[in-house]
Design a protein around this ligand. Sequence first.
Ligand SMILES: C[S@@+](CC[C@H](N)C(=O)[O-])C[C@H]1O[C@@H](n2cnc3c(N)ncnc32)[C@H](O)[C@@H]1O
Length: 284
Amino acid sequence: MDTDTPVPPVALTARLAQAPTAWRDVEGYLERGRQALRAIERILPDEWTWSNKRVLDFGCGAGRVVRHLRDIGAPVQVWGCDIDPACIAWNTENLGPSISFFVNDLVPPLPFESDTFDLVYSLSVFTHIDRHWASWLLELHRVLAPGGILVATIMSEGMCEAVSGEEWDESKVGMNVYESGQPWELGGPMVLHSPWWIREHWGRLFHVVEVRARDVFDQSGSGAQDDHGAAVLQKSGVTTVTVAELERLNPSEPREASALSHDVLHLRSEVAALRAEARRTQGT
Ligand SMILES: C[S@@+](CC[C@H](N)C(=O)[O-])C[C@H]1O[C@@H](n2cnc3c(N)ncnc32)[C@H](O)[C@@H]1O
């Protein structure tokens, strides 16, 4: 078990939550990581086994989840990457060498041949990527082996009130961005997705196995997690899709326009609030 390995300092785990003190509870931190790994296992197709697989944790942060793959009891090759050099340095020192870690740039590519991984999972990452999401989807599709699976958590119905302060209404949410530009230490930008939007846009590249709007993580016991959803996607034979094609609005889907208009209204109100704040601090 994972009791001998240290847990990362709060300065690193602060990227995971807006209330970093919540992560000072060491056993809680470890248990939430284990629960997240069990959640991935629950949502993977029934025939999945870890044995002899190549796995990438994309946006692994301080290794909260990937560290538990060392206890999986099967021969598995594991990589973890993140844009944060401090997390990757800590992971390399404390969780390597059985897991290989590297820093990736804000934009692709990843340093791998095409068709490398059987599984890429990405927990609470596309929930914060407001730009470059399409190029990252294309890149993860490229590095997956034929038939390989991408599991990406999303914030959807279960997180709508917490993120936006509004009741869930799928006609108002496609891919909506809140707190754009917020630093990672404060949680980063927040992105809400609707399952219909994931199917519409991500489904132009991947075969969509499943999209869950909520209840992906175990909410019971000591380690309650946020009420995230998830998309389970399989590499398709598609090779000609572009960023523009992934982003393109479907004119025959009425929720595209209603969701975009809601997103714009919200962004206007964020800009207005920031302007008022700037005037206050400048004393004008
Ligand atoms: C909320 S944290 C989640 C960390 C980890 N997946 C977990 O569940 O503990 C989001 C992480 O995504 C990373 N991240 C954001 N954009 C990224 C990108 N384009 N490539 C890799 N990592 C990214 C951030 O640096 C941060 O560590």
